[in-house]
Design a protein around this ligand. Structure first.
Ligand code: MYR
Length: 186
């Protein structure tokens, strides 16, 4: 049967495809977490696996981020954090985030998500206490930053699924390795 109604503009079709893909992504992630919970005995092990998965994604995703965003090197960690929150989250999750709670020396801050599409449709049973459901994201950031010479520790400090009022990641710069140009000028 022929479709009824006026033809949709290109924008309408693309936004509908994006929405379907986002939902598929969210549901697929949920299925992965569920499978890990079934396969691994300890919730703590699931947290580690999700973080490791994210790390493996992050070390690859940085290339796409740099190529697509066209951004140049950040002058400091403050700029890097803003870049993750405003450009990275937008590019890969379709949401933005804010950077808050800087420490005095500018090496530790919090990234607060304004929305978190990973948790759409998610309700955690009591048996999942201790689970960091979104741990893949902390791993992604850690992996991506490692590829641009920043060793970081990324931890969830607030999580709505655990009863908090927001999703908040703490990003701590542990070490910044100076990048060396591999060839010497003569
Ligand atoms: C530089 O080389 O100084 C630029 C560094 C920018 C790093 C941005 C990393 C983006 C990570 C995206 C995370 C997305 C999470 C969904």
């Amino acid at each position: 049967m022929a479709p009824v109604g006026p033809p949709r503009s290109g924008d309408a079709i693309f936004s509908s495809i994006d929405r379907v893909n986002a939902e598929l992504f969210t549901l697929t992630y949920g299925a992965i977490v569920r499978q890990l919970l079934t396969d691994l005995e300890e919730v703590e092990e699931v947290n580690k696996q999700l973080d490791q998965m994210g790390y493996n994604i992050g070390i690859r995703l940085i290339d796409e981020f740099l190529a697509k965003s066209g951004v140049s090197r950040c002058v400091d960690f403050r700029e890097t954090a803003e870049m993750i929150a405003k450009v990275g989250f937008k590019m890969f999750l379709g949401v933005t985030a804010s950077v808050t709670s800087w420490d005095a020396d500018g090496t530790c801050c919090s990234i607060v998500l304004e929305d978190n599409p990973l948790v759409d449709f998610v309700e955690l049973p009591d048996t999942c206490q201790g689970l960091y459901y979104c741990n893949v994201l902390s791993g992604v950031i850690r992996g991506a930053l490692e590829m641009v010479s920043m060793k970081t520790e990324v931890t969830w400090t607030r999580d709505v699924l655990r009863g908090d009022d927001a999703y908040e990641l703490q990003v701590k710069l542990l070490k910044q390795v100076a990048e060396e140009y591999p060839y010497k000028d003569d």
